[in-house]
Design a binder for this molecule. Sequence first.
Ligand code: SF4
Length: 234
Amino acid sequence: MVISGVQQFTMLDYPNKHACIVFTAGCNFRCGYCHNPEFVLPEELVKIKDTFIPEAAIFSFLERRKGLLDGVVISGGEPTMMPDLIAFAKKVKDMGFLVKLDTNGNKPEVIKSMHEQGLLDYIAMDVKMSLATYCDVVGNRAKPNAIQESMDFIKASGVEYEFRTTLVPNIHTQEVLDDMKQLLAGSKRLYLQTFRPDHTLDPGFGRYQPFSTSQMEQIRLLFNEVIDHVEIRS
Ligand code: SF4
């Protein structure tokens, strides 16, 4: 895998587990509000390619963390773009760690294959928009049918999961939120966060103000009508 970074310890990113995070480089989406453009855009990645971390260094680190960490979060960018993601996850599992996958859900076939091979212990999938407006915000490489397929599969898989949405005023209008409420109805868990206007992939997003605390709470209550657990993450 092309690994752009590692966070050696987190108690926040894998619920109730001690974990590290492995970040893969590159993404098939172009969310204007993305706050990690240097790990997404090829022209930026080329500038930091000398800092990429060899897999051998990751496995050596994990060897030393046996018994200290419960799991490994594979995040991005977008990990499902990596042709050797499955081989990587297998090695991590063979070392005795749990695997959490963070994904944008655009490649349901990869999620299914990982699940079939027993490689997924937790899935966090971004649900960014209503299906009708997905491509407007993340670019035309998004496949709304694939997003729906991933959501349906994850919900039925029996694997622990969460959906996540980053909320942006001007994009997440009431109409979009109402559509998303229908899309997400019956899900187990949804985490909401407001976008950060600093350092966005599309600098134009810098002119938007994030939702206020009370606006976020109103949106949380809206989703809470159809989803049991809805939480705001800071
Ligand atoms: S926000 Fe996530 S899915 Fe969107 S461009 Fe950034 S890394 Fe990719």
